[in-house]
Design a protein. Sequence first.
Length: 418
Amino acid sequence: MVTELKRCKEEITRHLENELIPFWIKNSLDEQYGGYLTCFDSDGVATGDTDKYIVTQTRMIWGFSALYRMYGDQRYLEAARQGLEFFIKYFWDEEFGGWYWKVARDGALLDNGKVVYGQTFAIYALSEYTLASGDPVGKQYACRTFDLLQKYCTDTANGGYFENLERDWSLSAPGFAAGDLKSLDIHMHTMEAYTTLYECTGEEIHKRKLEEIIDLILTKMTDTTIGCGFNQFDIHFNRKPAINIRRTWNAERETGETIDTPTDTTSYGHNVELCWLLNRAGEILGKPADTWNAVERSMVDHALRYGFDHDRGGVYRDGPHQGAPLVTDKEWWQNCEVLIGFLDAYEHLGDEKYAEAFVATWDFDNRNMINHEVGEWRQLLTADGKIIIPNIGNPWKGIYHTGRAMMECKRRLDRMSL
């Protein structure tokens, strides 16, 4: 296994440094207006889709900031800085506070909605930028955003956060606009954002709210006996069949396999991602490394039992809480996140089955998912690796999942002194 892990480390490092980073440095920076272009076809050529979403603009700021922290290359910091300037200039709502959902390439406002998912990615990116640069502007806006979430989005009666709101912070309508729903996805990414915010500020209130949301996720949004997270809830945290809702990847993704009837499903990739993000939060909070070992074992084992392709490597998209998967195609982001999660489980739990799952998934990804000629990952494949959607950038897909997976895997493999 040591030999296999060493090989993977060399391949991952080569992909990150020689393919993935050069692609985004060369192609994503919008030299005309600032910010980032993220939509590219299968050959890495920019498409006509130039709208700028809060999700990908912040993820690009985060990615270049994180790369600067790892490598110290000034090009990465400058790439982050210009993105931050565009983001603050055009996405910040001067009247009501918070960040808009979408603008045109030149910054013209297209969608003024306030979605907690977007607000938390702003916190994540802005905090990372200050950690990388020392520039207090990121921290200042991250703290302002955090305060707005506490003021307008906190559900003081039931816990957690209202997730989908309009420009003035009024709740969106029920149903497709989802003013009446809560999700593990958004609360998990809020935990992710608060982890980096607390790392950046060290403030007690940020620590307290991070601990609060961890407790909520583990007590109301997951079942560590079964080993999975649940998808959607009403505001009282009663589980509901998952529906497509406005301003989400599930509603905007191009076609792959679909579930025709709303179903209470779980995402194997999300569950494994949650585990390593939970351990990262514990590290920043100063908790013992084994604090959530039982949670990690339960949830990663669930993914291996039901969602992992034992013949070819990689994970499927969605399935029931117990039983065979319902959607067996393989999407880029899940197959990025489980790479980190399997290695994280191997580090914490020491069982070689997690290392074996990591190697098998990396080999599948390296062989099928990554377009090595272009330098980035394809969007969607069949279970056996045939290309369904070859595009390597879209309004939701930037450097975040792919770049972070390669950085986090490299960091863990480096710690193993391979």
